[in-house]
Design a protein around this ligand. Structure first.
Ligand code: ACO
Length: 334
């Protein structure tokens, strides 16, 4: 049980899935006026995976969830809740229910959660609340995005940054020890203009002065320097607050797992917190910024490589559109 008498929880499995096709910086320089040197030196990104027209959010998210359930040794029929953190659903009404069907998780309730690149951390905290209250015992949390659908492939300031992917974890109530140690979430809608993927209304007259809006979403627009400054200031603050809530100090952290937006942001945040580079998890060179998928995708890689061990303390922090940002501190494994 958790210290305060609430039900404890453990993160007991991870999984991931990325689209088949990759596009490296060299190949991308055939699409827009850029270079491997520019992209790699400014961001640390060297390649990204892109979903083909026959792949879907449902397909990669389902694969990631299956892999996580397999690692956890939990049958799909035992899942109580499926949370899908995404900003790029196959269906604006939500994609989580389709994933429930694909998994055969017949007992699970499923819904989407949108908090952009913070979605996985917000999802983790949401899952923890359902478990702590005793409402649900087993939760599959997926972070998945196909931002290539919404990137302007003619805008070199944004299209070089993003990639597609999915990652998932299984969280379960546990009477043994509590592996969810603390969190802090933040939002600031006054900065929404600096990063968005906004609906663009297109007026359509119906009858008798009645008009509706039949538009579509405008590709991603971003003020890169504003987002950089925001991340480097706010992420260390929110991590420090989460550490305080967990009654932990920075030196008790085994791994820093940040949203994989930009290597320079990772380095600056680690530097401000005094966390050495060998504790910083980074895989953006291969995948770029995969939005809600980036944290579970990177987590799954380090877990499967054997670098992260049971009981290791991980601080995860997501940040992005909204603007939204947050940190969650947890111990890996049962
Ligand atoms: N290739 C070549 N040149 C480029 C490219 C490119 N892909 N993109 C921009 N440039 C040029 C610009 O045109 C500009 O040239 P100019 O001076 O002749 O006009 C020059 O490079 C500098 O452009 P800046 O936009 O000022 O470049 P900056 O140094 O700020 O780097 C970057 C841009 C990498 C985006 C940086 O601002 C950054 O890392 N910001 C954080 C963004 C981020 O991480 N966003 C995602 C987080 S939130 C989320 O995950 C959704």
């Amino acid at each position: 049980m958790a210290q305060d008498g609430n039900i404890g929880l453990a993160i007991i499995g991870s999984g991931s899935s990325v689209p088949l096709l990759g596009l490296d910086n060299q190949a991308l320089s055939q699409v827009v006026d850029t270079s491997d040197e520019w992209i790699a030196s400014r961001t640390g990104i060297r390649s990204r995976r892109l979903a083909s027209p026959v792949e879907s959010l449902r397909s990669i998210a389902t694969e990631a969830a299956k892999n996580a359930l397999e690692m956890a040794g939990v049958p799909a029929a035992e899942v109580d809740l499926i949370l899908l953190a995404t900003s790029t659903p196959d269906d604006l009404f939500g994609t989580a229910c389709q994933i429930q069907a694909s998994l055969g998780a017949t007992q699970a309730v499923a819904f989407d959660l949108t908090a952009a690149c913070s979605g996985f951390v917000f999802g983790m905290v949401t899952a923890a609340q359902f478990i702590r209250t005793g409402a649900y015992k087993t939760v599959v949390l997926i972070g998945a995005d196909i931002l290539s659908r919404w990137v302007d492939w003619g805008d070199r300031r944004t299209c070089v940054l993003f990639g597609d992917g999915a990652g998932a974890v299984v969280l379960q109530a546990t009477p043994a020890r509590d592996g969810f140690l603390g969190f802090e979430l933040r939002s600031d809608g006054t900065l929404n203009h600096s990063l968005n993927l906004a609906y663009q209304p297109q007026p359509q007259a119906l009858t008798g002065g009645v008009a509706v809006s039949q538009g579509t979403f405008h590709p991603i627009t971003m003020n890169g320097q504003e987002i950089y400054r925001f991340a480097v200031k706010k992420v260390p603050e929110v991590i420090e607050k989460a550490l305080f809530r967990a009654n932990l100090t920075v030196d008790q952290i085994d791994w820093l797992l940040l949203h994989q937006a930009n290597q320079r942001i990772l380095d600056a945040v680690a530097d401000r917190l005094g966390i050495p580079a060998d504790k910083v998890i980074s895989n953006m060179a291969a995948y770029g910024n995969t939005s809600a998928a980036s944290i579970p995708l990177a987590l799954d890689e380090v877990v499967r490589s054997g670098n992260v061990r049971v009981g290791d303390t991980i601080v995860a922090s997501g940040f992005g559109a909204g603007l939204s940002w947050g940190a969650a501190i947890f111990q890996w494994g049962r």
